[in-house]
Design a binder for this molecule. Sequence first.
Ligand SMILES: Nc1ncnc2c1ncn2[C@@H]1O[C@H](COP(=O)(O)OP(=O)(O)OP(=O)(O)O)[C@@H](O)[C@H]1O
Length: 616
Amino acid sequence: MSRPRRFLVEILTAVALIAAPFVLPHLGFSPTTINRILIWGLVGIGFDLLFGYTGLLSFGQSAFFGSGGMFAAYLLTQTSFTNTIVALILGTIVAGVIGYLVGLVALRRTGIYFAMITVAIAEVFFFVEFNPLSAYTGGENGLPGVPPPNLSLGFTSIEFTSNLSMYAFFAFWYFVGLVIALRIVRSPVGLMLRAIRDNPLRAQALGHNIHSYKLLVFVIASMYAGFGGGLLGLMQGFMPPDAFMFDTSGQIVIMTAIGGAGTLFGPLLGAAVWLYLSDFFQTILNLGATWKLILGIVFVLLVVFLRRGLAGAIVDLYDRARGGKKTVAPPIAAAPAATASMPITKSAMSVKHKATASKTGPILQASGLTKRYGGLVANSEIDFMVKHGEIRGIIGPNGAGKTTFFKMLTCEIVPTSGKIVFDGRDITDLGVADACQLGLTKSYQINQLFERLTVRQNLQIAALGETRGKFRPDLFKSLSKVSGLDAQVEGTAALVHLTERLDTPVSELAYGEKRRLEIGLALATSPSLLLLDEPLAGMSTQERVDTVALLKSIAQGRTMIVIDHDMDSLFELVEKVTVLQEGRILVEAATPDEIKTNAAVQEAYLGGVHEEVVLV
Ligand SMILES: Nc1ncnc2c1ncn2[C@@H]1O[C@H](COP(=O)(O)OP(=O)(O)OP(=O)(O)O)[C@@H](O)[C@H]1O
């Protein structure tokens, strides 16, 4: 992409920021409202990274907004400190440190529990500000006398006192905040945040430390809030105590919901509408106390009718004006299925396997593996071994414990007792991300994809675990500059015959394609041992034939364990088969022919009918 096109968003934003103070007053915006919009827009960028991109709904932003703002205001009013920019930065750091400590606690839970913890934290900070720390925060009086922004150049100092100069100061920082956020969302970390939003469990199973990424974005959002709090003090010449109020957190959520989450610009648009309407109802229409009621109704209408917020509605309008959304993908019928005759392309051959300590002998050994759920024994005393280069099948009636066994092998669940050794290393107590990093991963019985992202982004998420390890805070690195990523993604797409669909959103794929992508995600992590849990589940007859052909091509030079109920297809693929029944091993490592005539297996499947049957 050419440089101007790559920076189009930044350029358009800069132009809009320059034009705003000349255009908005004609639309009824007061200078103070315009500055407030920038402050809320900036705080909202951090909140959008947390909520819109990562899916973490926090009601605790007031704690960081207040802490950062109060710290900067305290420095500027109660000490001899005069440099407003350094005070802002120090306030931002304080908010970040507090965000880190709060995040350590709050991020231990997810969903509604996380949201509730942040509500409680906001209330705790409000109390602390008013009581134990009132000597520093001014209690209910706040901190008056905050100087206007200034810029010390050594030989001279510029003061931003007029409306326009203060706007320029705030607009500059909004722009800096936006550019930083754009870099973040275009980095590998940005993609990881979206992966966590869409499917945190799969992101973890692909080798990523999702807790660290969540903590990182929580701290970033706290810093944006802290910086915004500092700007509020400078704008008003007074740091108000209500910055800590729960209402502050609520406003950020409301503005982001109106403007559109996951857009970065949504909070700015939301703040513009929200603050404009507040002013309009109170000062122009003189609605008295009823203005809040009307504003509430407007909020409900906006959120109900503009599901993707104002930013989403603008994008939809733009698409419509251009004659509908362009689909990059060919129609589903044109997407090639995998066939036995399809050659493995050069790029597919380049998909890596992780190196193992040895190349022969056992790669995986489980001994005495048991899993109990209360009184139910899902797996009991399983001894199991797979050698390098082997393709092993696992069969067993429904509820035999096959999936539970896979979950223990990939460290997704902890065994009640027993031991798992992978490539000479005891992995029994490791987590699923560590197991994946070592080269042991699985594809799921029920698709676990990142539905809102494209096929390319899905494969990138998987491949990033391999190229970057469990966690790397490379916030400012472009995704396109991660070495080896494109080759791994394109190679894997070729291997699972999804090259044509790389830029198609997963939600638009056919079922068979999704199953192939499910396998592709596991392959893109470069596993040295690949586990496939019912890869043929839910497929039509033709799709099964195609997928078996695909699995045969994938199996070349790999070590794999495959669970499936379709024995005809499985027996075509594997060399040895293990049979599970009621959580125990019934037959260990027999050939498909031995399995077909094994009386115990027939009894397990047919419940005691002792005749030779063809198992299907
Ligand atoms: N999280 C859980 N809590 C309680 N019981 C569980 C849990 N997961 C699995 N089980 C039980 O453990 C037993 C084995 O389940 P599992 O899913 O491993 O069997 P399976 O052989 O994979 O079955 P299927 O072929 O139908 O997928 C079943 O009785 C199941 O109900």
